[in-house]
Design a binder for this molecule. Structure first.
Ligand code: ZN
Length: 351
């Protein structure tokens, strides 16, 4: 497996430089809430149900709330934003900060920095990608390049082509060429299924098209109920498995591409299928960067990763503030929207 370390090292160095600066400003979740409140107030983005836009901070007894000066109701600071019900606000703002400054954020790295579960970090990374994708679709003039998603096959085939059901996943990982010494990079860039833990890999390889209950999976893997439960959440988030009635799970079947197109979110501007063969250089760059930094991605989320890359490539358009503002004005994206997301056959890329 080819591995190019340069982008990865540059990215890690950038993150190492950025994170202390972020933590100085936002050391914990409390500071994150205060920062968000300030941003919402300055941008007149905090609304009360009575119709008033909150402009002043009126103290409220409950945490994470302010009081409406008109109807005296307590309003959740995060309720009118995509941060609704988010517990680890610091990790969310941290990811936005890093991406706003041009870094590529992987779920492993974010989980390590922000102290969140991998599933939470994955959710954060995906949702930010969807927000950026939403912005792309709302641009007055669509200047995206249209490329067949199959052009990216070399970065996402790994997840689906790695069929080693008889081999324990840890063996597969040990077999991978190890060019870097730290274990983090081995997990993140060199393992064929970049973001998955050994437990998740084991369950993924165990599951077939016939649905299995959580108990069956526990029996067969000898993992605990909570380990299996956690792994199933991640695998479902990754779009690698699907849930069935009765708490059963199976490996996700490849969807027909027509379905994939129909299921794409925000299809308000039906994009023309313009194929631009001259885009080789950009595609090559995206593939190199993805291989180096993420190891591989799933086809299902390709468009989201491409959108995230726009943030990184177009430094004039994107910064920390513009990304946070995109988050504040974004239409609601629920957990199910992320699970259901399917990249279109023709993907869009902006640079
Ligand atoms: Zn009110």
């Amino acid at each position: 497996m080819q591995f190019q370390g340069e982008d990865r090292i540059i990215n890690l160095e950038l993150i190492e430089k950025l994170w202390p600066a972020f933590e100085e400003r936002i050391p914990d979740n409390k500071a994150a809430v205060a920062f968000l409140l300030e941003t919402l107030l300055v941008n007149s983005a905090l609304h009360c149900h009575c119709g008033i836009i909150i402009q002043n901070r009126v103290k409220s007894k409950k945490k994470r709330t302010v009081m409406c000066s008109v109807c005296k109701k307590e309003i959740w600071i995060t309720s009118s934003t995509l941060f609704r019900r988010v517990k680890q606000l610091k990790a969310w703002l941290g990811a936005i900060y890093l991406m706003g400054h041009g870094a590529v954020v992987t779920s492993n790295k974010l989980s390590e920095l922000g102290g969140t579960a991998i599933s939470t970090a994955l959710n954060i990374v995906r949702k930010i990608g969807l927000v950026i994708e939403g912005e792309r679709q709302q641009e007055a003039i669509d200047t995206s390049y249209k490329i067949a998603s199959m052009e990216f096959v070399s970065i996402f085939c790994r997840r689906s082509m790695l069929t080693l059901p008889k081999v324990h996943p840890s063996i597969a990982l040990e077999d991978a060429p190890s060019q870097e010494q730290d274990s983090e990079s081995a997990d993140d860039a060199q393992s064929p299924e970049a973001d998955l833990s050994p437990n998740e890999l084991e369950i993924l390889h165990l599951l077939g098209t016939e649905p299995m209950t959580q108990d069956q999976i526990c029996d067969l893997t000898k993992l605990s109920v909570s380990e299996v439960g956690g792994a199933l959440v991640v695998l479902e988030l990754e779009g690698l498995i699907e849930a069935h009635p009765g708490g059963r799970f199976s490996k996700k079947k490849a969807q027909k591409q027509a379905n994939a197109d129909a299921a794409t979110m925000h299809t308000r501007n039906k994009e023309k299928d313009i194929y631009m063969p001259s885009m080789g250089a950009l595609v090559g760059r995206v593939i190199d960067m993805t291989q180096s930094i993420r190891g591989g991605i799933s086809r299902k989320y390709l468009q989201i990763y491409l959108a995230s890359m726009w943030c990184q490539l177009d430094r004039a358009r994107w910064n920390e503030t513009s990304l946070l503002h995109a988050f504040i004005r974004s239409a609601e994206i629920c957990y199910q929207d992320i699970l259901d997301y399917e990249s279109p056959t023709i993907v869009s890329i902006r640079a």
